[in-house]
Design a protein around this ligand. Sequence first.
Ligand SMILES: [Zn+2]
Length: 644
Amino acid sequence: MRMKIFAVLICIVGWGGPQIVVRADREPSATSRVADAIHPSAPDRVGGILGQRLDLWRRIRLWRVVKDPFLLDGFLHPPGTHAWQGEHVGKWLHAASLACGATGDAKLDGALRAVVAKLIAAQEDNGYLGTYAPKERFYAKVATGDPKSWDVWTERYAIYGLLSYCKLHDDPAALQACEEAGDLLLKTVGPPSGDVTRFGNHQGISAAVLLESIVMLYQQTGDARYLDFAKHIVHSIESNPDLRIAAAMRAGEDVTVSGHGKAYQLMAVLLGYVDLYRATGEKQYLETAVTAWERILAAHVNVAGGPWGYQVKSYTNQECFAPPQYFHPTNCVETCSTTTWIQLCLSLFDLTGEARYADAAEVSIFNQLMGAQSPNGKDWAYHSMLNMPNRGYDDAITCCASSGPRALELYARHLICEANDRLVVNSYVPGVAPLDGASGLSGHIVVQGRYPFAPECTMRLELRAPATFAVDFRLPAGATAMEMKINDTRQEPVRTESGFFRVQREWKPGDRVSLKFDFPLRARFQTASDGVRWVAFSWGPLALAQSLVKQTDEPQNVLIIEQESEDGSLWLTPERAAGNSPAPSADAIEELDTNAAATADAATAAVPSWRLKTPRKVIMVPYFMAGANGGGVRTMFPTRRTPL
Ligand SMILES: [Zn+2]
């Protein structure tokens, strides 16, 4: 059974680009028991630092990857040369399809079609869509399983990428390829007795990530066999005593337990649980994901929004969630984990409309994620730390470099969103967003300013006609207050249950909203695994860090603390203020060490910075910019109490 389940919208996107058919992000109602609260959509334009970073990926990294034979060689001439080589084309198709939908780039559209055609042509007659030699394939090993194999993982990403492309283009051939791959998996590890967790490392969690792709397949085909398959995968997970994610969450266990706490995979499986809740309305799936999300946020995310890991036991590795006492500023954050954390936050935000999920995504995108992207547009970091001697940017095609752009593209579709009965302003990044969706509004909204480098913005509603509706504004992560004026008249918005600030009125074409946020400097103290009290500083959603050309050139400063306080202004003083941006001192410019800050773009030319009061020489800049020239970054400082 194949159902036509998406509304197809004709959108004119980008500048000077051709018209292409773009599907709406909205969930297909035929396969959703639960409707999303939020409908993300691609803005017409993204400016500021996020726009710069999107542009770097779209102009440089995207093409560097698609021109590399490594992307498809494993499929065209199996076996591939690397165990998870096959994931990259799926990840590229996901990110590039979102980019194409946002820009309408005809050249990219052609590249997408060519990659999809080659990938589909490489599919075996039995539906296999991978890079392994025949004897090593998952269906050849069904009798024994194979915990070392990444073959199911590859299938998961091939299906994921093709289905992402199918959201851009209604392509029966691509959808059929996914169904054939899904059918082979269903036959091998589906009901009644198949067990996908017998494949993949970390107790099978690396194969259990298949769940999300199978729910997507159900959503796009309406074929109930895939829904049954997805439920069966959950049954396999919950029957596996080393995984049992829902049972572990119900029992109050931490996210360090299931699948060795492998962060990236665990969160990828949770994405599947959220989607399965959408498809079935069965609450245990959502409760599992929300409980895990809350535990991750409470104890496993650093000040930069990075889900950190640490190798506690021989069978775990540095990418596994670890008990909080193992925290250290040098602990590793895998960029795949950061990306998947952002995906999980945004998926829960779409579903529930709750601001807390958007807050967490904002911290992660502006700090950990963008810190992993080199401002040269080509390189990405695999592992990032709060304190590291070198950013570790690399041009290679790695899991992490393939994941990161997906987070950028997904986040860019969540800046200004429409809900069924209102507009939801989730970000104040400058740009232009269309109003033409579910709320019935018509026109554009224009956002100006230098957010997040300045704690303010102005918005102009270019409506085609007056309309009465509600607009929800999110208080930025790390902000304590918002001052709002509409057409120069002070407003007092009402706090909603979901954590937004709502204004309901008759809006007229040209109405202007001016917003000023209070971004306090915050100090965050934490005892690390070395027993030392470390401190990090943040300002609004931005974590701050010292940029180091060579960490060994700069001795680590110990901060003398009389009394701990959340008030970061006790230790930091503005060097280059946000907003009015006085000229920085010469030594501050010298120490900024950021390519991005040196660009001529007006939106980012004046990056705020701070100076430690003691020692005075230490300049703090946004974490993601520190060390961006390939130097080191120091986000946390050891502290010592004043001798009595
Ligand atoms: Zn990775």
